[in-house]
Ligand binder design. Structure first.
Ligand code: RIB
Ligand code: CA
Length: 301
């Protein structure tokens, strides 16, 4: 089977932890690099959390530390994922360390040296990706597509219209959305329907699945949903799309990113006759998502 070479750009983050766990147990994916960015918590914590997750999952994947602040606006400290960014579970100290290259340099080197195109999977603010495109625009030709968790055409989670990953660095998002790269936007329109809770985890926990126990512990501290009805697996939807695009309804649209004023961070669908610039996931088969999630979880004993 031909594996899909990917880079995961992340701000772990409780739902990032689930996405990274799932991705590292999908044999269809060849994760070349994990890059971290300030988002849910600051760069020190997102980087430490990425290293702790790879230690927990016993996966040897290079991690490069990325941008400490958004391109132009100040850092925002979210409480949604707890103080550490992965509250609720006592992770062992990481046995991995970051590579010496900055995330943007590490992505540049990989794109330059890899024969085939690489898919980039941002599941946090887009600061690293925007910096790459600003510094090395010629490398766009080495990017197969960008499958990002972010945005929303149906209301935000940071203010009326804005979703966190776009809101946290709207200038970076504008650069990515206007890059003319094949961008697939996996936004709140679908991720808010991707719920995992006690009911879905309990059977795996009963089977002694240590990852299910860890997910159950950190999900209790994730303030985006609740364990009874399910917490929102935003970032895992980007991984699910890579492996099962048929799980989603996707439509080509022209989407602008608002970068100033009270609606800053909004991803706005433009109806006038503009060239489309992004493929937007507008619906998801939620039952299929849950089935997929548990199938991969069962591999993560
Ligand atoms: O809006 C949800 C997104 O913001 C997810 O990526 C979550 O981890 C936070 O970064
Ligand atoms: Ca995230």
């Amino acid at each position: 089977m031909k594996k899909i070479p990917i880079i995961i750009d992340t701000d772990p983050g409780i739902d990032d932890a689930a996405a990274i766990g799932l991705a590292t147990h999908c044999e269809e994916l060849d994760i070349k690099l994990i890059t971290t960015v300030t988002g849910n918590v600051d760069i020190n914590k997102t980087t430490e959390n990425a290293l702790k997750l790879l230690t927990f999952f016993d996966k040897d994947i290079p991690v490069a530390r990325g941008m400490e602040t958004p391109l132009l606006q100040p850092v925002y400290g979210s409480e949604v994922h707890g103080e550490s960014g992965m509250d609720g579970f006592d992770f062992k100290a990481s046995t991995h360390s970051v590579i010496k290259e900055h995330a943007v340099e590490a992505i540049r080197q990989l794109l330059e040296n890899h024969d085939e195109k690489i898919t980039i999977v941002p599941i946090g603010p887009l600061t690293n990706i925007a910096m790459l495109l600003l510094l090395y625009p010629k490398l766009k030709s080495k990017i197969d597509k960008i499958v990002l968790m972010g945005g929303s055409l149906s209301g935000g989670n940071m203010n009326g219209p804005a979703e966190f990953n776009i809101w946290a660095d709207p200038h970076a998002a504008k650069i990515v959305f206007e890059s003319e790269i094949d961008v697939i936007m996996i936004g709140l329109d679908v991720t808010n329907q991707a719920l995992i809770g006690e009911e879905e985890l309990s059977a795996a926990i009963k089977r002694g699945n240590k990852t299910a126990e860890m997910f159950n512990a950190i999900f209790q501290h994730y303030r985006d949903g609740d364990m009874e009805n399910g917490v929102v697996m935003h970032d895992s939807c980007a991984i699910a799309y890579l492996l099962n695009p048929e799980m989603f309804t996707v439509e080509r649209k022209h989407v602008k990113v608002v970068t100033s004023g009270p609606a800053s961070g909004m991803t706005m669908e433009m109806f006038e006759e503009l060239e489309t610039n992004v493929s937007v996931a507008t619906d998801i088969d939620s039952a299929l998502f849950q089935e997929w999630f548990i199938t991969i979880l069962d591999k993560m004993l």
